[in-house]
Design a protein around this ligand. Structure first.
Ligand code: FRU
Length: 474
């Protein structure tokens, strides 16, 4: 069973929308085409879960019609009923993408049965600036000095700006400020999110602004950058101002990226949880090739979600960095290797289960690096490599991907720095691989072309390495 990466039983899916924890369940809405496996007829699909691992599918929540597609957005619970839809009503903020004109504005749908059925608000749109590319509203409750009130963040996609608005009743919105362009500006900006996070275990809190951008990501195409800073209820100020840089600029790869892989886009977090429960899900694909990926003819389907991940902030010598930990199914250990010296290429004496976790700790000894390959055979595998000289961790899924779009075959990489010992936690299933390095500070998520991955090979490059510990679970 595919437990790591949610996908609907059929049809097209892209961004997660309206992530909300309400009455003990996690709700995942998503960009969905009820009529096919292409990006069209955008509606909000719906699944829910008690634990972010076992998902139950629900009917389409908000459907496209002759006038509009239902683009991305968010959900909040209006516990006080201030918007007039009743106490505890769920309010979905989505982008009305006009089918008749180049026009996008923010609209509301509401649900009084815990997200099962939705009605559009008659006063839509609630926020319209006459723009063709104003979208992806994320509504959050601001409770800091001067609050509480509601804040809506949305993008002017082409201007590479995040706009902030304020409301007391969730219906009337007034402009607060704009942020951007800054840092990764090689493409349009999409799907912003804004939230406070505790720094380490202390009392200090910093604000994180997520901005997805396409193209211009570190592996090419789509990716999500993050800014850490302060939000005073009006303005977001990053701790470090970075000038806007394009996709080809040196330094682009070393920006703070949520994920350095090809396939982690439009990631946003759940509302309805406390400050220490900031949980993100992203779309596991890339606009470079999402529409060209093969579909299973039995159930034409394209698109999956990343695993849910819990976010926290650590202070690394004055720099606040996001740390991600997967929220994952219970798995049991199936194989362990300890204190094994590996010289040259060795096939490991184990079988990787179809849904697997691999924990690996390698001591480089005198070697230049190591490679771990997972796959059916040496021609059809995903290879992870660490190079001591450059400090890079690479994920190469090009073998066995010959039939897939060209952009699919590039490598993903992240610079970890020069290390004597490298520890990785790897999750994989039939859809893809998620590699967490440096305790979750660096992540690479990639769709993978040719599952399953029953075999594993390890290679010491330029010398022998010591596998201090390798554990496989499934
Ligand atoms: C991001 C995005 C959003 C938009 C949605 C349309 O992947 O382009 O900006 O609302 O997808 O499906």
């Amino acid at each position: 069973m595919d437990l790591l990466h949610y996908a609907p039983p059929a049809n097209w899916m892209n961004d997660p929308n309206g992530l909300v924890f309400h009455n003990g369940r996690y709700h995942l809405f998503f960009q969905y085409n009820p009529e096919g496996a292409d990006h069209a007829n955008m509606s909000w699909g719906h699944a829910s879960s008690p634990d972010l691992v076992r998902w139950e599918d629900h009917p389409v929540a908000i459907a496209f019609d002759a006038d509009e597609d239902i683009f991305s957005g968010s959900v909040v619970a209006d516990e006080e009923g201030t918007a007039g839809f009743g106490k505890g009503a769920l309010l979905a903020f989505y982008t009305s993408h006009s089918k008749r004109a180049a026009h996008q504005a923010q609209s509301i749908a509401y649900s009084v049965d815990d997200g099962e059925t939705w009605a559009k608000y008659e006063g839509n749109p609630v926020l319209d600036r006459g723009s063709s590319d104003f979208r992806d509203p994320k509504v959050v409750r601001y409770t800091g000095p001067g609050g509480p009130y509601w804040v809506l963040v949305a993008v002017e996609a082409i201007d590479q700006q995040v706009l902030f608005y304020r409301s007391d009743d969730l219906l009337t919105w007034t402009f607060l400020s704009a942020f951007g362009p800054e840092a990764a500006a090689g493409g349009i900006w999409e799907c912003p999110d804004l939230f406070p996070l505790r720094v380490g275990d202390g009392d200090d809190v910093a604000w994180v602004l997520l901005v997805s951008t396409h193209p211009g990501g570190p592996a090419g195409g789509s990716a999500t950058q993050y800014f850490v800073g302060d939000f005073d209820g009006v303005t977001f100020t990053p701790h470090v101002h970075r000038p806007p840089i394009g996709a080809d600029d040196e330094g682009m790869r070393s920006l703070p990226w949520l994920d350095h892989g090809h396939d982690c886009y439009a990631g946003v977090t759940f509302s309805g949880l406390g400050i220490d429960d900031r949980i993100l899900i992203a779309w596991m694909s890339n606009w470079l090739y999402a529409a060209e990926l093969p579909v299973d003819p039995a159930a034409p389907q394209r698109g999956a979600m990343t695993m849910a991940r819990r976010l926290s902030l650590v202070d690394d010598e004055g720099t606040l960095r996001l740390v991600q930990v997967g929220i994952v199914p219970d798995v049991a250990e199936t194989a362990t290797i300890t204190a094994e010296r590996i010289e040259g290429l060795v096939e490991l004496p184990l079988t990787v289960p179809p849904v697997a976790r691999i924990d690996l700790l390698v001591d480089l000894g005198g070697a230049d690096g190591f490679a771990l390959a997972l796959g059916r055979d040496r021609q059809t595998c995903v290879e992870l490599r660490y190079e001591r000289a450059t400090g890079r961790l690479l994920v190469d899924r090009s073998r066995g991907a010959e039939a897939l779009p060209g952009a699919y075959s590039t490598q993903a990489e992240v610079t970890l720095g020069q290390r004597e010992r490298v520890g990785l936690t790897i999750w994989l299933d039939a859809k893809g691989i998620e590699v967490f390095a440096d305790g979750g500070r660096s992540v690479i998520t990639d769709l993978t072309p040719s599952p399953p991955f029953p075999h594993a090979w390890l290679k010491g490059v330029g010398g022998a390495v010591i596998v201090e510990k390798l554990t496989v679970s499934g």
